[in-house]
Design a protein around this ligand. Sequence first.
Ligand SMILES: O=C[C@H](O)[C@H](O)COP(=O)(O)O
Ligand SMILES: C=C(OP(=O)(O)O)C(=O)O
Ligand SMILES: [Mn+2]
Length: 470
Amino acid sequence: MTSNDSLTWADLPARQQPVWPDAEELRAAQQTLSTYPPLVFAGECDVLRRRLADAARGEAFVLMGGDCAETFASATADNIRDRVKTILQMAAVLTYGSSLPVVKIGRMAGQYAKPRSKDTETRGDVELPAYRGDMVNDFSFDEASRRPDPQRLVRAYHASSATLNLVRAFTQGGFADLRHVHDWNRGFMSNKANKRYEKIAGDIDRAMRFMNACGVDFEALRRVDVWASHEALLLDYEKPLTRIDSRTGRPYGTSGHFLWVGERTREREGAHLDYVSRITNPIGVKLGPTATGADAVELIERLDPEGDAGRLTFITRMGQDKIREALPPILQAVKDSGRLVTWVCDPMHGNTFATENGYKTRRFEDIVEEVRGFFDAHAQVGTHPGGLHVELTGNDVTECLGGVMHLEDADLERRYETLCDPRLNHQQSLELAFAVAEMLAERTGGAGGLAGFAGDAAGEDDARPDAPQG
Ligand SMILES: O=C[C@H](O)[C@H](O)COP(=O)(O)O
Ligand SMILES: C=C(OP(=O)(O)O)C(=O)O
Ligand SMILES: [Mn+2]
């Protein structure tokens, strides 16, 4: 990777950017970032692009998950480990159910900036700038905390670097080896979902011991790839971290392997689409219910002109009440264009609402219903449901309603810790993986173990609101 001195950027309008109070402070922070080493490397991004191409063809399934908004304070070893473990557990369940490789991507090591519905927040008679993520300002509700501070761009780099270092240590050092499938469940509060997980882990363990006895070499399992992704929202952060790959002379965003453009910043003439059109990473664009088939085809022509499978992922976030109408025509238009993209379902962002007691939340059952609508839409059109994008944590928070614990409005205040959107807790994340594994198994013919898996579920968890049809 070489410096980005040769890169020039068009001066285009960018939505959702903070108003930095001091231009000189911003310039200094960007200068600092431009001297720092890349967080990820071009060759790694290329490998991920090939994995995403597998998912586009229906030969792999993507699991992307992590906080809505990472915070500097929560970038602790325990939190990062528990999030990685949750993703590994979900991936094991999905692989078990579908017999497909799962491409594991964290919403992690860079997810520090947020688009907001309103520029300001009012409490009582005080109005202050909205919290835009730790990369911009602090959540505390006072004037000094909410002032955008460019030094936070530099802190975000260091927090991302430390997070990525730990993720790499966990996943390359043997911790993510499938032979530790039981260990990932340790330390979590005992609940129905992880009891169910234990059964699958037992099956996987037995299969591994059988294969070991047959002389299969498991060394390759020691290393697992967990990639880093975030929304490429703050261009003042992304641009100084964009570098030229010395092998190919092409620019890569080096703040994360996979970068996406959000629903609020995907306007045609804006700086965000222009930015991702210039980098070589695999990229995503969120598509909400107002997107049309023509929009999708236009995005493909602009962002993947070379027709490079795995380059472009559409992350659809329609809402469970809209997906069955909104998604099929988009899938059909893309199919008719003859182009291949990776389709990923974000069942979170179209299903957010506020409770009477004032919490922003989502219902677990709505989330499952949107994924079901996603699978049905793909079955109807004959395209591949390529993956799942969720906001989750490994902690036992109470932010989303429902699930086997039947969390209700009154439970939310117990552990509502997110600074932006409500996340699935550990148990709800596993439950979702079970539900999606079944949808995948129906599609792929599934693993031999799936019949028992569905049977177990019906017998043990008949109280589950999303009880799978055995
Ligand atoms: O994750 C993103 C949120 O949905 C987005 O930031 C909007 O949140 P808000 O409506 O609370 O501003
Ligand atoms: C803001 C987000 O999503 P969207 O752009 O789909 O609203 C998000 O992923 O946190
Ligand atoms: Mn969010």
